[in-house]
Each structure stands twice: as structure tokens, then as C-alpha cells.
Design a protein around this ligand. Structure first.
Ligand code: ADP
Ligand code: MG
Length: 248
């Protein structure tokens, strides 16, 4: 009998993808110390679409940066896909971000002198993925026909979808999106949300979507609420709606 847990390259199959234990993050010291996160306990399984809500300054971006291996916690542990980020050196963190993570930000950060396809292909090349994968990623966000356009010829929502394609071309198990619709209007914002929803549903990909827009919570499998650095709400949603049904 083999009672070892089954493993994939990303870690044991049955363990949560993301796990935070007693996580605290403080900036500065003495009188100017700010406690951005205080005592976070969190476990997120594979395949979940999680919306993280909270007012400005509540610690949402700090939470993303800790899970993304961009900053270390002050105390506690962060384990993602079997990697203990708190024990990892810079090299291991770089490899972790390369293999496990897609990041999407409020501002799209596309390279203006490269076409949509070239922006995505650049990342495909960095991770050794075949170039067809760049085209497939653009198709997956509904932009196959815009592949040869430069960012300046695309709308904000289209640029953000290129950024999502760029994050997905690595096929990461975890996608972190920090205010991805923060600078978009309702219609283009919905297209971006739909692309993120699809990215989660196709394959067992976990999406953590940070927003201060509580209307977006309706499409989540689970809603986390942050307040002053604490997790003040954690609710499962029984019937998430498609992005098209989100209104704000
Ligand atoms: P949110 O994304 O919810 O708006 P943040 O995680 O950016 O919140 O910030 C949480 C708290 O931590 C805020 O009080 C913010 O000012 C502070 N903070 C965030 N990053 C830094 C930093 N690099 N240096 C000092 N304080 C910071
Ligand atoms: Mg923020």
C-alpha cells in the first residue's frame, strides 16, 4: 500500500494551493510603523475564483505581494503550490514567480513598441513555451484578431486582456489580479472579468482578484473581506453569476 500523497510538479494534489499561517506584515518601525496585515489565516484550494474586497489601505495589495513572493511577511508563513516562500532565497522566489504565477495589475504595462502578439510571445520565449502558445493565449481572451495591433491601437479593456494573455501563456496554477478593472469602464471591465473567469474555469486555475468594487463579488466562488489588515469576512458563494451579469 502506498499511502504517500499524490504529487504533481506543483506539489501534493490534495493540499491547498495557497496557505497563509499567522501572517503579519508591518512597514516602517517605531512611531511610523504601519501594520498592513495582522494575523491572516487563509487556505485556498485549486480552481477557486476568489474575490478579495476591502477599502483602500486595508491590505489587499500587501496580501497579493506576499502571495506573489514579492515581499516577505514580518511573521508567519506563506506556502504556495508546496513552496514555502518564507524559506526561499531570491533565486527560488524568481523561479517560483516564473513557474507558478501570472500577475495582472491595474495598469497594463504592455511594451508599446511590440504588437499584442509580440508582447505575449516575449513571455512565452522567456519561459520556453512554444510561440503557438502565445497565439492560443490571445485567442483565449478573445483577441486573436487583434494580434498584430500595437497597444496604442487597442482599447483599455483590450490592452488588459493582452496583459491577461501574457500572464496565462505560462499556464500558471495561480493568477493574481490587483484591481484589474480599476481603470476601465463597465463594458470593457466586464470583458476583462469574463476573460479572468474563463482563465479560472478552463483548467484548475486559482484566481485571486483584488478589488474595492463590491459588485464584482457576485461572480466569485468565494469572497474574502479585508479591514485594517484583518480578514473580517470569508464567504462561499453558492451561485456565482457570469461576468456579463455584473453591474456597477
Ligand atoms: P490596499 O491595496 O488595500 O489599498 P495596501 O496593501 O496597499 O492596501 O496598504 C495597506 C497599508 O500598508 C496602508 O496603510 C499602506 O499605506 C501601507 N503600506 C503599503 N505598502 C507600504 C510600503 N511599501 N511602505 C509603507 N507603508 C506601506
Ligand atoms: Mg492596492
Amino acid at each position: 500500500m502506498n499511502d504517500q500523497p499524490r504529487h504533481t510538479a506543483a506539489g501534493p494534489v490534495d493540499s491547498p494551493l495557497v496557505r497563509l499561517d499567522g501572517v503579519t506584515k508591518s512597514y516602517g518601525s517605531g512611531e511610523i510603523e504601519v501594520d498592513a496585515l495582522r494575523g491572516i489565516e487563509l487556505s485556498v484550494p485549486r480552481g477557486q475564483f476568489v474575490v478579495v474586497l476591502g477599502p483602500s489601505g486595508s491590505g489587499k495589495t500587501t496580501l497579493m505581494n506576499l502571495i506573489g513572493g514579492i515581499e516577505p511577511p514580518t511573521a508567519g508563513s506563506v506556502v504556495v503550490a508546496g513552496h514555502d516562500l518564507t524559506a526561499a532565497d531570491d533565486r527560488a522566489l524568481t523561479e517560483y514567480r516564473r513557474a507558478q504565477l501570472g500577475f495582472v495589475f491595474q495598469f497594463f504595462n504592455l511594451i508599446p513598441t511590440l504588437t499584442a502578439l509580440e508582447n505575449v510571445a516575449l513571455v512565452a520565449e522567456l519561459v520556453g513555451a512554444p510561440e503557438e502558445q502565445a497565439r492560443a493565449a490571445l485567442d483565449a481572451v478573445g483577441l486573436g484578431e487583434r494580434a498584430d495591433h500595437f497597444p496604442s491601437a487597442l482599447s483599455g479593456g483590450e490592452q488588459q486582456r493582452v496583459a491577461i494573455a501574457r500572464a496565462l501563456v505560462k499556464n500558471p496554477p495561480l493568477l493574481l489580479a490587483d484591481e484589474p478593472t480599476g481603470s476601465l469602464d463597465l463594458d470593457t471591465g466586464r470583458q476583462v472579468l469574463a476573460a479572468l473567469h474563463r482563465a479560472c474555469r478552463d483548467g484548475e486555475r486559482t484566481v485571486l482578484l483584488v478589488t474595492h468594487n463590491s459588485a464584482i463579488a457576485a461572480m466569485a466562488d468565494r469572497v474574502l473581506r479585508l479591514g485594517s489588515g484583518r480578514l473580517v469576512g470569508d464567504d462561499l458563494v453558492t451561485d456565482p453569476v457570469p461576468a456579463e451579469a455584473v453591474h456597477w
